[in-house]
Design a protein around this ligand. Structure first.
Ligand code: CTP
Length: 416
């Protein structure tokens, strides 16, 4: 039975009315079904911290899929069910709510995904990573708004502590090592003394985690507001070396991440840009090892490879007095985040400036005439059409011509 303080008015104040109404109905309907439903995890933590978080995670002591199907009728949204996991997602307008059946977990082998079976909210909370993420709020009539805090999560929030629930937490699931650092740095908290000890002890357990899960954790970190805080801490604790021993979470990286943010503001930088900066000091072979260790998707792998190739061209790119068409030829075809990473990382202002010229201007320059236009002007069909188009493009890049008429005049001159 839920115990403790009531957060109904906090919910009312901090969450959009539509979500509050939805939760209230969910409680009513669960009640008529003889089930209990709770708001759990990160949103409860952030509610108590007064921070915005509208990602509702609901846990049902009962059947989450059936309940979701009933709730769907309320808002005419979309439902996606995952019968294998007994979970469902409801989406309507700009909202998305996850519903899961309360479950207990057992880890047959460290690092693998756990075996799960339906259970109570108490067991569901006991399988979670940190006390601050292991709280729930009752939504049923009579219990609406009541905080369930079995592990002292609220107290740890007050004292800014990240604490695991039991000794084997990181052994069972070493992704929690990365999660712990992420929360610690995001919230400006501290790993509680014993938790820190366990975390250090279990760093080798990161080897039990699949590439896909590690990559997901890295993407979450690079999606944080200040990922360099996490990488610095990860370096200090020897966790970063588990991604690749040559990676550095140092002041240089912090400075470059900050510059990347300024450059892409108001949007946050692409993950690919952060990744290219993180991997910037790696050699070819080290980069290939990182790519396979994380099983990076093709586009991210290409960004890292492009970044290395571009790094080897920086000297050339710094040559004084290079024509725009030469710059274009040097940079054409490389991925944008790789170019941006090099413009930020290069120590040559001239090279950086040339990369920026390409990204901001040259790559958008096109010619107006088409192959058909050229034939109409009297050029015979054949491979030299392509060559003429390239020459016109070059003349446009170098500012020798600026309009369609200039292009026509130039072609006519060539024909004379
Ligand atoms: N969780 C866990 N162990 C993991 C991953 C998740 O115990 N390895 C639990 C935590 O209780 C967490 C919840 O599942 O609160 C949901 O996970 P997730 O969506 O990743 O995190 P949030 O808590 O929503 O936090 P945020 O998205 O703000 O990082």
């Amino acid at each position: 039975m839920p115990r403790g303080i009531n957060l109904a008015s906090k919910m009312e104040k901090q969450l959009p009315a539509e979500l509050v109404n939805f939760m209230w109905f969910a409680g009513e309907i669960a009640h008529t079904r003889g089930e209990r439903i709770y708001l759990v995890g990160g949103v409860v933590r952030d509610l108590l911290l007064g921070q915005a978080n509208f990602d509702l995670d609901l846990v049902v002591e009962g059947n989450a899929i059936e309940l979701a199907q009933q709730l769907k009728k309320l808002n005419r949204g979309k439902i996606t069910t995952y019968p294998r996991f007994n979970t469902a997602k409801l989406q309507w307008d700009k909202w998305s709510v996850d519903l899961a059946t309360a479950r207990s977990e057992t880890y047959d082998k460290p690092g693998t995904l756990p075996s799960v079976k339906p259970s109570s909210i108490d067991n569901d909370l006991s399988r979670r990573d940190f006390t601050i993420n292991a709280m729930a709020i009752g939504l049923n009539p009579g219990y609406y708004g009541k905080l369930v805090d079995l592990y002292g999560g609220r107290n740890d929030l007050k004292h800014k502590l990240i604490r695991v629930l039991h000794e084997k937490s990181f052994t069972d699931d070493a992704t929690r090592i990365w999660r712990g650092l992420r929360y610690e740095q995001r919230l400006d908290f501290h790993l509680e003394r014993k938790t820190l000890k366990l975390l250090k002890r279990d760093i080798p357990m990161l080897d039990t985690i699949s590439a896909d899960r590690i990559r997901y954790e890295l993407e979450c970190i690079l999606g944080e507001k200040y990922p360099e805080k996490v990488s610095r801490r990860a370096q200090e604790l020897g966790v970063l070396a588990k991604l690749h021993p040559a990676l550095k979470g140092n002041g240089w990286l912090a400075e470059k991440f900050e510059q990347a943010r300024r450059l892409s503001s108001p949007e946050p930088p692409e993950v690919g840009l952060y990744l290219a900066l993180l991997a910037y000091s790696l050699t070819n072979e080290e980069t290939e090892r990182l790519i396979s260790h994380l099983r990076l998707p093709k586009s991210s792998a290409q960004t890292l490879r492009d970044s290395i190739t571009l790094k080897s061209k920086l000297r050339l790119l710094a040559t004084p007095g290079m024509s725009p068409s030469t710059i274009y030829r040097l940079l054409e075809g490389y991925s944008s985040p790789a170019m941006v990473a090099n413009s930020l990382a290069s120590e040559s202002p001239a090279a950086s400036q040339n990369i920026r010229l390409f990204l901001n201007k040259l790559k958008y320059i096109e010619i107006s005439l088409t192959g058909n236009d050229l034939m109409r002007l009297g050029i015979a069909p054949g491979p030299h059409i392509r060559e003429i188009i390239e020459l016109l493009h070059q003349a446009r890049l170098d500012g020798e011509i600026t309009s369609k008429q200039d292009e026509v005049d130039l072609v006519k001159r060539w024909l004379d």
